[in-house]
Ligand binder design. Structure first.
Ligand code: 5GP
Length: 315
């Protein structure tokens, strides 16, 4: 008989962070930089652990140029040619430490890791503690957590599969940290407060798609209609992406992403400042002088309402 898990699982929208006694006098006292030492590869990384998603509308070189100035990370999408990579690398040498290529880097270690991950059926994103442990013990340093929370993801609709993101992050972080591994919360952040909640829940890194879409530096066609500007944003498993890169949706599968028009938001720099300012503020409310301390200072309160709806619009 199928099993029903009766524990309540929560999304970002179901909680708020409880304010705590704080001696911090100014948001400028908060340090958002973290240094990581990875369990298996022994590599180190220092930066603000927010990642632009490896979608062709988000993980662009233009995005990376801005994000690296803030020490944020970009997972560059896999549709750039080797020539484009070489040109970017030669012109932006300072950016490279904050970049990940979505395709292989060619080093033997990476190939081996890829092979290991290839042989693990659910590799890609996971949402349960058991899978996190299995992947870390198989050689992975960082596990990406999230099935179905993405803004242009239709997996939950098409397949009925998913896991509320806040609970997924809390459970997976617990499993990963027990083995000295790390996790990325991938998808489902709508506002700076959600990014703060993901860190509070234990995410080491937070990956953003929709929040970084629609900017000058984002990919996707710019559309002008009735005096307004929009940018096209689509899931990497959407019909749009599959047509663009794979010649269409294969017969045996359904698209699991959609296409939307995002109102044009201007330069991404403003959005980044807004996100970082929000998280600094979160840290002062809960008394965390460093981002690293945020999860230790986090108590979530379950809520039935996030914001006052009286003048409600998208914000
Ligand atoms: P967002 O920040 O927009 O809520 O979520 C971004 C994440 O959505 C990406 O990092 C990726 O994991 C996921 N994603 C991107 N495109 C698709 C898609 O077409 N289908 C699904 N299921 N997930 C997608």
């Amino acid at each position: 008989m199928p099993h029903i898990d009766n524990d309540v699982k929560l999304d970002f929208k179901d909680v708020l962070l409880r304010p705590k006694r704080s001696t911090l006098k100014s948001r400028s006292e908060v340090d958002l930089t973290r240094s990581f030492s990875f369990r298996n590869s022994k590599q180190m990384y220092t930066g603000i652990p927010i990642i632009a998603a490896n979608m062709d509308t988000v993980g662009t070189f233009e995005m990376a140029q801005v994000l690296c100035k803030f020490s944020l990370f970009t997972a560059v999408h896999k549709h750039y040619s080797l020539e484009q990579w070489k040109e970017f690398a030669s012109q932006n040498p300072d950016c490279l430490e904050h970049l990940a290529a979505s395709s292989g880097t060619g080093s033997a270690d990476f190939e081996q890791l890829e092979q290991i991950l290839d042989t693990t059926p659910q590799a890609g994103n996971v949402v349960t503690g058991e899978m996190v442990e299995e992947l870390i013990l198989s050689g992975a340093d960082i596990i990406k957590v999230g099935i179905g929370p993405g803004s242009v993801c239709t997996t939950r609709k098409k397949t009925g599969v998913g896991y509320p993101q806040l609970s997924a992050v809390m459970e997976c972080a617990d499993a990963a940290h027990g083995l000295k591994g790390h996790i990325i919360s991938d998808g489902g952040c709508n506002c700076p407060g959600d990014v703060a909640k993901a860190f509070g829940a234990g995410a080491d890194f937070v990956m953003l798609g929709g929040m970084l879409a629609g900017h000058s530096e984002s990919g996707g066609e710019l559309i002008k209609r009735d005096g307004k500007k929009y940018k096209l944003f689509y899931g990497m498993s959407s019909e749009m992406a599959m047509k663009k890169y794979a010649g269409g949706v294969a017969e045996y599968r359904a698209s699991e992403g959609k296409t939307v028009e995002v109102p044009f938001k201007g330069d991404v720099e403003h959005t980044i400042r807004d996100i970082l300012g929000g998280i600094r503020s979160t840290c002062t409310y809960v008394g965390a002088a460093k981002l690293k301390e945020l999860s230790r200072r986090t108590t979530f309160i379950r809520v039935t309402q996030q914001v006052n709806p009286i003048f409600s619009d998208k914000s």
